[in-house]
Design a protein around this ligand. Structure first.
Ligand SMILES: Cc1cc2nc3c(=O)[nH]c(=O)nc-3n(C[C@H](O)[C@H](O)[C@H](O)COP(=O)(O)OP(=O)(O)OC[C@H]3O[C@@H](n4cnc5c(N)ncnc54)[C@H](O)[C@@H]3O)c2cc1C
Length: 392
């Protein structure tokens, strides 16, 4: 793979809207991605393997629980810093960002928000340091966009619960020490349970043959009469709103992350357009190539502004789920279109692993599907503005 010469575009001087702390946090993440992710990521994606040696680096840049309070081992940062970290990591690879998103927003967040103090003390510091990795089980073989139909369930057996069912498409599942699993109790109410590797009847087979997020490990969670101690139930929130609260946090991070992937594709195509000579000129001199680049930077700039504003609203606790849906949907769509255009600008070279674009493009096919598909987010906006539910 070519050396990482990335330079971040900031066409509207959005840096002026950031604090010194934001810029320091971003720089640390950017430097780490250049040093520890870019040189190895193509090889790991090619062999479809998660590079586990980067876990400690992710912890050091604050990617595990950026906004979780310091007392629990988190980085105690604000929502914009969280977003900037996700942007920088996904600039390197969406699969690596997925690992960090799951750990922070889908495992640490529910333990912090819905768990007991004893659960926070037991799990959060180990998750923040990367000593333990977690995964989040919501999706089932027959219930993806409609998680409320889940069949995974637990029964009260007096001094413990017994959990049965299966989850699929679970990021980090093959290596995670713990899983936050969403399941129905005997009354059909959804709760989160912390399931630990090693519990009898719990297995995590890996999902193979992915053409997307190849550097992220995905698997199933299978529960065959798993005895779960009662103290592993997250007691402080139940119903579908509990997992959806986690998804709000993760989708917000994805909205920032997608900008990172788009910036990397744009920056690569811009540099290539100045170097690649055809018909005696750099291809950047042709109007058709300029149109592509001009549209890319326009869309990146719009996404940066949308996301920065959403970050301000999140910091003030005012962002709605529908606003987060809009940003996730817009930014991932923006990034995937830029990846496709940028790939074309590199001609044949664009399909090789010499450059990051094709990997970003394939990764974004998952990002546009998980955490609510592109169409589902549109329906959320539609419901929000009309008051009519078009889901069913
Ligand atoms: C690589 C990867 C990693 C993932 N990681 C996780 C994870 O860590 N944890 C987890 O719980 N899940 C995870 N997922 C699952 C992901 O969230 C689901 O794939 C996603 O929610 C879509 O569900 P589905 O694949 O079952 O598609 P379906 O729900 O079957 O949807 C199929 C199509 O139908 C459309 N559709 C569905 N309902 C409607 C409707 N009402 N109106 C119009 N169109 C509709 C959808 O938009 C989609 O285009 C991951 C997925 C992938 C690919």
């Amino acid at each position: 793979m070519k050396p990482d010469l990335f330079e971040a575009p900031d066409y509207y001087n959005i840096d002026e809207l950031l604090t010194e702390e934001h810029k320091l946090v971003r720089q640390a993440a950017r430097d780490w991605v250049k040093r520890d992710v870019s040189p190895i990521i193509e090889e790991y994606a090619q062999k479809a393997e998660f590079p586990s040696q980067i876990i400690s680096g992710l912890a050091e840049i604050g990617a595990f629980g950026p906004y979780i309070p310091l007392e629990y081992g988190g980085a105690g940062l604000d929502q914009i810093s969280y977003g900037l970290i996700m942007q920088e990591i996904e600039r390197g690879d969406s699969g690596v960002r997925s690992t960090a998103s799951v750990q922070s927003s889908l495992v640490m967040y529910p333990i912090w928000k819905y768990g007991t103090e004893a659960q926070r003390q037991k799990y959060l510091p180990k998750l923040a340091s990367g000593q333990w990795m977690g995964c989040f089980g919501l999706t089932e073989p027959d219930h993806g966009s409609n998680p409320s139909g889940m069949v995974t369930n637990f029964k009260d057996k007096g001094d413990h619960y017994v959990l049965n069912g299966a989850k699929m498409w679970i990021s980090n599942a093959p290596f995670a020490q713990i899983a936050v699993v969403w399941a129905k109790n005997e009354e059909g109410r959804i709760y989160g349970l912390i399931v630990e590797r090693g519990m009898d009847g719990f297995s995590t087979p890996e999902t193979h043959n992915k053409w997307s997020l190849r550097a992220s490990a995905t698997g199933e969670l299978i529960f065959d009469n798993v005895k779960v101690p009662k103290e592993n139930l997250l007691p402080n929130k139940s119903g579908l709103g509990a997992p959806l609260g986690c998804l709000d946090s993760a989708r917000y991070g994805i909205a920032w992350g997608a900008i990172g992937a788009a910036m990397d594709c744009y920056d690569t195509a811009l540099r290539y357009s100045k170097e690649r000579i055809q018909f005696g000129k750099p291809i950047g001199q042709f109007q058709l190539q300029q149109k592509k680049l001009a549209e890319m930077i326009t869309e990146i700039t719009k996404a940066q502004l949308l996301t920065w504003r959403l970050g301000v609203l999140r910091n003030e606790n005012k962002a709605t789920s529908a606003q987060i849906s809009m940003a996730k949907r817009n930014n991932v769509d923006m990034a995937i279109k830029i990846a496709r255009e940028a790939r074309q600008m590199l001609g044949g070279m664009g399909i090789t692993g010499e450059y990051s674009i094709m990997r970003h493009m394939m990764n974004l096919e998952s990002v546009i599907t998980y955490e609510g598909t592109h169409d589902i987010h549109l329906l959320i906006t539609g419901l929000d503005i009309t008051g009519f539910n078009a889901f069913k």
